[in-house]
Write a protein that binds this ligand. Structure first.
Ligand SMILES: *Cc1c(COP(=O)(O)O)cnc(C)c1O
Length: 391
């Protein structure tokens, strides 16, 4: 299989059992908690669903490792399970973590509350400010945590410099690759040690499964796997099946969504009712050159603000026909949300303002609808003369 290095082929074929199980073209769901053992089965070879070693887990692990170019992978019961289990495997009380500012809300709370309760310290830094990283460094610093594209402003940190910084200071570099997916960006190819995913988003891709993934070197993934066995956040067999099924179309979906997101970003940036648009495909994006150098596609999420701040954002969102007003991203249906009310609701208004997340900011996760239909829908919802429209 390693002969075929295109991601489209890997999505379909990598990790699939040969010979196929019972001749089945797709891997059947092994809806069983435990498996028969022989009298001489070594303890480590016992198959049990919590140990993430059923055939449904095995195929996903091999496929995800191939997609990200890692030695090994592990699936978990959610993206937060991947993140918390990995950080708990890497960090001990007294250790220190450097983390990019503006993390996913759940990760931010994990670091500032749960890890802090355990005596694991942290410093938040700007993803672009190398000198700030050096000032944050302590003798106890163990790891650097960042995201490939930040939520909701779609910023791209100086990822190559983060890798270099970690290598020169003996830190583990950890990156949440949820927003880009391996179709747009493969951090391990750029020297990152550990890649994390909320597979709930693009990897699953159909808004019907909550799952997570960890990919990296075998020794690191094995360490996380042991922690996961103890903490128990395994992905159950039906979740494995849904994730496996969703993954096969990842490249088609993400390329299409990235293309539509770029089209909509350009359309919105020229629209008179729009103040600012955030998407790495735009010339106005501060790290467009970096995104182009690192990413194969720019991702399917964009954010924007309305020019007229007296227009209630809720009214605009309610006027849209197609995007579903819901948190999350990466599904086949477009999803629209207000980060100040969802992913970043836990932060104080002041903290949000410092991060540049205004109350009026709108985030759109582009689905698989026709770009022209999404454009038509945005156009009618932005048209003030339509405000009296009855629905
Ligand atoms: C959604 C998300 C998570 C958390 O994933 P869950 O599957 O909801 O636990 C983590 N990181 C990012 C970037 C996300 O978008």
């Amino acid at each position: 299989m390693s002969r075929y290095d295109r991601i489209d082929t890997k999505l379909v074929h990598a990790g699939e059992p040969r010979p196929r199980i019972g001749g089945a073209v797709t891997v059947p769901i092994f809806q069983t908690s435990t498996f028969e053992q022989d009298s001489d089965t070594p303890y480590d070879d016992i198959r049990y669903a919590r140990l993430s070693n059923t055939p449904n887990h095995d195929v996903l692990h091999a496929k995800l490792a191939a997609l990200e170019g890692g030695e090994a992978a592990l699936v978990t019961s959610s993206g937060m399970a991947a993140i918390s289990t990995t950080l708990l495997a890497l960090l001990r009380p007294g250790d220190h973590l450097i983390a990019q500012r503006c993390l996913y809300g759940g990760t931010h709370d994990l670091v500032t509350k749960d890890l802090a309760d355990l005596g694991i310290e942290h410093s938040f830094v700007d993803g672009d400010d190398v000198e700030q990283w050096a000032r944050a460094l302590r003798p106890t610093t163990r790891a650097f945590y960042c995201e490939s594209l930040t939520n909701p402003l779609l910023e791209v940190a100086d990822l190559p410099s983060i890798v270099g910084f970690c290598q020169s200071h003996g830190l583990v570099s950890v990156i949440d690759n949820t927003f880009t997916s391996p179709v747009c960006f493969r951090p391990l190819e750029h020297g990152f040690d550990v890649v994390l995913h909320s597979a709930t988003k693009y990897l699953g891709g159909h808004s019907d499964v909550v799952a997570g993934a960890v990919v990296g070197r075998s020794d690191v993934v094995e360490h996380v796997r042991q922690k996961l066995n103890h903490l128990g956040a395994c992905l159950e067999p039906f979740g494995c099946f849904l994730l496996h099924r969703g993954l096969k179309t990842l490249a088609l979906r993400v390329r299409h969504q990235s293309g539509t997101a770029s089209t909509l970003a350009h359309f919105l940036s020229k629209h008179e009712a729009i103040a600012t648009v955030y998407h790495p495909s735009l010339a106005t994006h501060p790290q467009q050159a970096r995104a182009r150098a690192l990413f194969d596609a720019m991702g399917g999420v964009l954010s924007f603000t309305l020019k007229d701040t007296s227009v209630p954002v809720e009214r605009f969102i309610r006027k849209l026909d197609l995007p579903v007003y819901a948190p999350s991203l990466g599904g086949v249906e477009s999803l629209i949300t207000r980060p100040a009310r969802s992913s970043h609701a836990g932060l104080s208004a002041k903290a949000r303002e410092e991060l540049g997340i205004s109350d009026g900011l709108i985030r759109l996760s582009v689905g698989l609808e026709a770009a022209s239909d999404l454009m038509m829908d945005l156009h009618q919802a932005l048209d003030p003369s339509e405000d009296e429209r009855t629905t």
